[in-house]
Design a protein around this ligand. Sequence first.
Ligand SMILES: Nc1nc2c(ncn2[C@@H]2O[C@H](COP(=O)(O)OP(=O)(O)OP(=O)(O)O)[C@@H](O)[C@H]2O)c(=O)[nH]1
Ligand SMILES: [Mg+2]
Length: 458
Amino acid sequence: MTSDTIVALATPLGVGAIGIVRMSGREAISIASRLFRARSGKRVEEFTSFRLYLGDFLDSVTGHPLDEALCVVMRAPRSYTREDVVEFHLHGGPLLTRRALELCLREGARMARPGEFTERAFFNGRIDLLQAEAVAEMVRARSEKALQLSLRNLKGEWGKEIRAWQRRLLLLQAHIQASCDFPDVVDSPLEAWMIQELSLLRELIAKGLEGGKRAQALQDGFLVVIAGKPNVGKSSLLNVLLGRNRAIVTPFPGTTRDAIEEVILLEGLPIRFVDTAGIRVSTDPVERIGVEKAHEYLHDADLVIVLFDRSSPFEEGDREIARIVRAKPHLVVLNKSDLPPALSREDIAPFYPQEEIIEISALTGEGKDLLTARLVAMLQAMLGPEENLTLVNARQQEELERIVSLLSALIHDVEKGIPLDLIGLQLDEVLQAMKRLTGENVDRELLGIIFSHFCLGK
Ligand SMILES: Nc1nc2c(ncn2[C@@H]2O[C@H](COP(=O)(O)OP(=O)(O)OP(=O)(O)O)[C@@H](O)[C@H]2O)c(=O)[nH]1
Ligand SMILES: [Mg+2]
């Protein structure tokens, strides 16, 4: 163990029931022994690993106790970082925990960088890069489903799958090597089998990638955009869906100018609902920016709720909306069902042949349950069967995409009859990409970027 000793708050800075200060590294135990006096009289150096001791956290400057606290030692290599780790559990006040942190620094620890504990766990071989990334995913999980998926990755399931692909590639490589070295001994032609094997692998990886992209919605939330011309009740609908008055509602068209985004869970699915400015041609510069933003959101949306006002006649503004949204997954909704109708289903039907049209009243809440049920059903369908879902973050997706295209090129070259020694080199490239994926072979700079996205103290 050659690393210096790092320290950070493991709990958020603020008022809490407890605040945890965590240290890891060579000096962790000796620093702790200068800062903690156990009630039992036992020295920190003698603490049993993983056992909590009650005592006083000492202010080493004044010599007085700072707080009554618990201390736990987790000795290397059986700790999160595989180094000696010490945690102090203090009463959770921001002043108190900050002071405790300062005292650790004063005694020789240094402030940890974001994600540095997990980084050490990775460098010391306790977890692979996929597991380290799962920790970050877990912390930012927005739904229970995402939590379950990140736990699977943390337990190494995803890594296992990738390593199984790796092994198949290594086997191929061994065969290529053998037939290059002993062309006379290896008799059966390798090419047909190789093409079959590579195609199968490409299919498996592409499937994993596709599932990963779908699963990402469970982490980031499905982007559901409410769109319509001004005054149809978009903001009212957002408020009804959220169950609280989030957006300003007035009888004046052009009320909402900025996009308003809120995340809620429906049947366990995280949804980012966005209320947008009513789409129209406006001379007001602020509203114009709002309308532009609405278009951007429409472009990015996973699903659009196209909203019409049933109480006012169908006109050009509505036609415009219908034209814009048709290409996206959408739900057609007629609002203000509590008022006498001025717009008929026949007006809208030509734009949405064969589609269900849902009627609601954002004022009374009538029809809301049907709308949310349809919405959830559509999002579930987009998500697909949950058993093939794996959480694949952006970095991993990028690497997998590269692997798929390398495999395609490789298959093509084998088919063309390119000499096997060259094929072997290409295969090597695929294996390198696999190693970057799991972190077996990844450059320091990239690792720095990955871990810097972690929260402090993680
Ligand atoms: N009677 C009735 N009035 C509604 C209903 N939904 C909305 N309204 C009214 O319609 C007006 C416009 O509602 P908003 O929710 O502000 O409409 P909007 O689409 O967000 O409008 P902009 O932000 O201007 O684009 C307000 O006076 C609402 O009270 C409804 O279901 N029934
Ligand atoms: Mg509005």
